[in-house]
Design a protein around this ligand. Structure first.
Ligand code: AMP
Length: 355
């Protein structure tokens, strides 16, 4: 039996387990925080990422190691690579952990990004976005700057950290592609997902019936990234759509929140495809079943009874205690037409209180 080791035991690890168990796969998690969402389903080692004996023991108990968050220390990933295959390659972590390195990597591959610089505001127009180079996620560690007052406020808040300045893109839509690559180089892509954020946090993802006109372009960008990294597993790339163009915002070398709709909305979910790639099984079809959508439950969970009354919805709770801004679960729905889908999405959203 193949055992997959996972760095990080959050909800993504939990959903990898739920997808992998029916395939006969076993899971072990490594996370410094006890009783994490995935640790409720599979054994979890509680240890720090710089605890070499614990890392070595963990590597000896699994057949392959993967991760479910991109801020896993690269040193830990490189250390366990001495004992067991690590997918996606630690190089992908290195590129994704620093916004400057990441944007330069995309530019070098000829993939358009918003204009950016790490040398401050000199010569850079406002409005712009000031971001920390490292550890930013869900809109944390970033400020929109339109004038001198906002600049000095942002600089005070972000003092002492390495920063990147980006143009503020007047995007029409935010979209993302989720794809998977096997050890043999086979690739498959899900349809582009249209994402809506509130205060930097993903709120909902929608996949209409009609294929997005930029699907082919997004796939060719993602394929280039995968090939450059010798990638194995699921990769997500977030784009800004503007005037028929795609500008890359960031990538995630892991399963992604904007791919949760695939659990019920595609023939094979992103979670199953990731574990298939880890286990060196053939990849599954990424074809959608119809129009699909996902709504995040953030900060609070509406009464389960009310959610499940909406015909055709599926509820996924992560086993986390409520806290403002925390992702606690999500709801997915599939429908035959976009109108039917959006009718259900509106019903779900009417139950979701934003904090
Ligand atoms: P990030 O943490 O970089 O994914 O940013 C979170 C959200 O902030 C994005 O999903 C966008 O809605 C917004 N955002 C980030 N960077 C930019 C940018 N350069 N221009 C416009 N909006 C941005």
């Amino acid at each position: 039996m193949i055992t997959i080791g996972v760095f990080g035991a959050g909800q993504l690890g939990r959903m990898l387990t739920l997808a992998g168990i029916p395939l006969g796969l076993r899971f072990r998690f490594y996370d410094p925080v006890p009783n994490s969402p995935a640790g409720q389903l599979a054994p979890q080692v509680v240890a720090a990422y710089d605890d070499s004996p614990a890392l070595e023991r963990f590597a000896s108990e699994v057949d392959v190691i993967t991760y479910e968050f991109e801020n896993v220390p690269v040193d830990a990933a490189r250390f366990v690579e001495k004992f067991v295959p690590v997918f996606p390659p630690p190089l992908a972590l290195e590129k994704a952990q620093d916004r400057l390195v990441e944007k330069s990597f995309f530019s070098d591959l000829g993939i358009p990004t918003p204009r950016f610089t790490a040398s401050g505001f000199n010569g850079f127009d406002v409005p712009a976005v000031l971001k920390t180079r490292r550890m930013g996620y869900d809109g944390k560690g970033q400020f929109i700057v339109r004038n001198m007052d906002e600049l000095s406020f942002a600089m005070t808040q972000l003092r002492g950290q390495d920063l990147i300045v980006e143009e503020l893109v007047p995007f029409e839509r935010e979209i993302s592609i989720v794809g998977v690559r096997g050890v043999d180089g086979a690739v498959a892509f899900y349809p582009l997902t249209i994402n809506t954020h509130h205060e930097g946090i993903l709120h909902r993802s929608v996949v209409p019936v009609q294929v997005h006109p930029l699907q082919g372009l997004a796939e060719s960008h993602a394929r280039k990234v995968m090939e450059a990294l010798g990638y194995v597993g699921v990769l997500a790339i977030e784009f800004f759509e503007l005037d028929g163009q795609l500008l890359v915002n960031e990538m995630a070398p892991r399963v992604h929140n904007s791919g949760h709709w695939t659990i019920e909305g595609a023939l094979t979910s992103q979670f199953e495809n990731h574990v298939r790639a880890m286990a060196r099984f053939p990849l599954g079809s990424t074809n959608p079943i119809g129009a699909g959508a996902m709504v995040n439950l953030i900060g609070q969970i509406p009464p389960v009874q009310d959610i499940l009354k909406i015909e055709g919805v599926h509820l996924h709770l992560y086993g986390k205690s409520p806290r403002p801004g925390r992702k606690l679960g999500h709801v997915t729905v599939v429908a035959g037409t976009d109108d039917l889908l959006m009718g259900k999405v509106e019903k779900i959203e009417s139950l979701v209180c934003r904090d």
